[in-house]
Design a protein around this ligand. Structure first.
Ligand SMILES: [Zn+2]
Length: 231
């Protein structure tokens, strides 16, 4: 159902598809129907233990389930969505994409038995610069659909490091290794956690954060990202 007010708002300031830029029709949100159909879905949630993304963690960190919603490459539909969200100040895109992803994953059992959602924390400088943590926004959307609570201040990012895009895989690993600190061991002991981030590339950041979570006794970690970039 589209509310009266959102209809009025849409007349005054028409929403545009974040992927192709065309006007959205009533009932469409974030992306138009045509772009939505073309979004490159990974379908990893249908095989959350042995998909390409899951194998990336093998031997590096113990994970339960792993999935990403879309395949990512710069300039692709998923790339545009994430770019708009992060660099054009649209946290609501994160929330809505989180909702969309969770709705599509719900029936697969991907969320079964998960106790707590942990958004990957952003460094303080980056948070100040951007004004929001995209992972926390995605997490909020996932939480709304699944009813699984979001754990805040469970883990923190201890340092801000330079952009990692020009570094090699192992160098990147080094760079983020000590970047996270567990703040609330009690809250997560014995729990199955879902660590959420926007994009997974080498997995280095997720591993650094996830390994910190695994320091608490009896925790298990599953991983969910909006997009996965094959490295
Ligand atoms: Zn479109």
């Amino acid at each position: 159902m589209i509310s009266f007010w959102s209809r009025i708002l849409n007349l005054v300031s028409p929403q545009r598809c974040v992927s192709c830029g065309l006007r959205l029709a009533p009932g469409e949100d974030i992306v138009c129907t045509k772009c939505n159909l073309r979004l490159p879905r990974t379908l990893y949630h249908e095989d959350p233990y042995e998909n390409t993304m899951a194998t990336m963690f093998w031997g590096r960190m113990k994970t339960e389930r792993c999935a990403a919603f879309l395949f990512y490459s710069a300039g692709s539909e998923a790339g545009n969505i994430i770019y708009q969200m992060k660099y054009h100040g649209h946290p609501e895109i994160g929330v809505k994409m989180g909702r969309m992803m969770a709705s599509e994953f719900m029936d697969s059992g991907f969320f079964d038995g998960i106790d707590l959602i942990i958004p990957l924390p952003l460094g303080r400088n980056r948070l100040r610069q951007r004004g929001f943590n995209q992972s926390a926004e995605i997490a909020r959307g996932v939480s709304e659909v699944t009813g699984i609570p979001v754990g805040k201040r469970v883990v923190s990012r201890t340092q801000f490091r330079e952009s990692q895009t020009h570094k090699g895989r192992w160098e990147r690993n080094e760079n983020v290794k000590d970047a996270f600190r567990l703040e609330d061991t009690e809250r997560i002991s014995g729990k199955h956690l879902l660590l959420i981030d926007d994009v997974a590339t080498t997995g280095a950041t997720l591993i650094a954060c996830g390994s910190e979570l695994l320091k608490a006794e009896g925790t298990r970690v599953s991983i969910l990202t909006l997009a996965y970039a094959k490295s």
